[in-house]
Ligand binder design. Structure first.
Ligand code: NI
Length: 267
């Protein structure tokens, strides 16, 4: 059973087949999925999917793309969502993104992130952290909240930063981008990284792994990420499958898989 630790099924690209796709995941060997929110509305959708499907869990949060709309009222509503729905298992997707120039100013992004790190600490939930072109400030924020556990999602940083994050108790997760030809830093990070710190994700609908690159991604492709990690670490796929699923269950505090393992079907 594979665990897709990060997928955005509220994206409009799933409007035509969302229910069918989500319902069918266990038949394809995908036993669990976490859907993070990117703003209040998408967090509410994430919670609704978690309520509809046993194998779906939710995270609630404001992504750096939406940091400009992160008000005290937004934070109150996220808190209420997390407190009233037991399948909300993390605060996310939060973080810093200095790549896109039309995102909120860095200072606004940091304020929004800081408030959500504090919320995670208050609720004793882990955070799902997005860091794009903001490695220094991201690491500073992690250090500012030593009581908050989290995962650097779609990890793209250096080996040195990976070592620091591991020392601070964080997990790193990887997407289909590790299968891209131009993946530079990820291979050496994965080769070094202890197996008990690795999680896998699709970040659907984005970042479909090779040979599906450029197409809509969904959780059925997460085994291709595990396969690449197995190759890089010289391990059997089954070992990476088992370890990453156990890691995710521990991270999200999920005690038992709802579905028996089934062989993944060909897509
Ligand atoms: Ni994401």
């Amino acid at each position: 059973m594979f665990f897709d630790t990060h997928a955005h099924y509220d994206d409009e690209q799933f409007d035509l087949d969302r229910a069918e796709l989500l319902r069918g995941l266990p038949e394809h060997g995908i036993g669990c999925v976490v859907n993070p929110g990117c703003n209040l509305a998408s967090s509410q959708k994430a919670v609704s999917y978690a309520e509809a499907y046993l194998h779906v869990y939710a995270a609630v949060g404001v992504h750096p793309s939406d940091a400009g709309d992160c008000t005290p009222d937004t934070l109150d509503q996220l808190r209420r969502l997390a407190q009233s729905h037991p399948k909300v298992r993390a605060i996310g997707e939060v973080g810093l993104d200095y790549y896109w120039e039309d995102y909120a100013p860095h200072e606004v992004q940091r304020a929004c992130l800081r408030a959500q790190m504090a919320l995670a600490e208050e609720l004793n939930l882990p955070v799902l952290f997005h860091d794009r072109e903001a490695h220094g400030d991201s690491l500073a924020m992690v250090r500012e909240f030593p009581g908050v556990r989290g995962v650097m999602h779609c990890y793209s940083g250096s080996l040195e930063d990976a070592k620091t994050l591991v020392r601070l108790g964080w997990m790193l997760s990887f997407t289909g981008s590790v299968t891209f030809k131009n993946a530079r830093k990820a291979p050496e990070v994965i080769q070094w990284l202890p197996l008990d710190r690795i999680m896998i994700e699709t970040d659907s609908p984005y970042l479909a792994p090779v040979p599906h690159r450029g197409h809509r991604n969904d959780s059925r492709l997460v085994p291709l990420v595990a396969e690449k990690i197995a190759e890089l670490k010289g391990l059997a796929l089954e070992e990476v499958e088992r370890a990453t699923t156990e890691n995710a269950m521990r991270f999200y505090n999920i005690s038992s898989p709802f579905f028996e393992r089934k062989e993944p079907k060909e897509l």
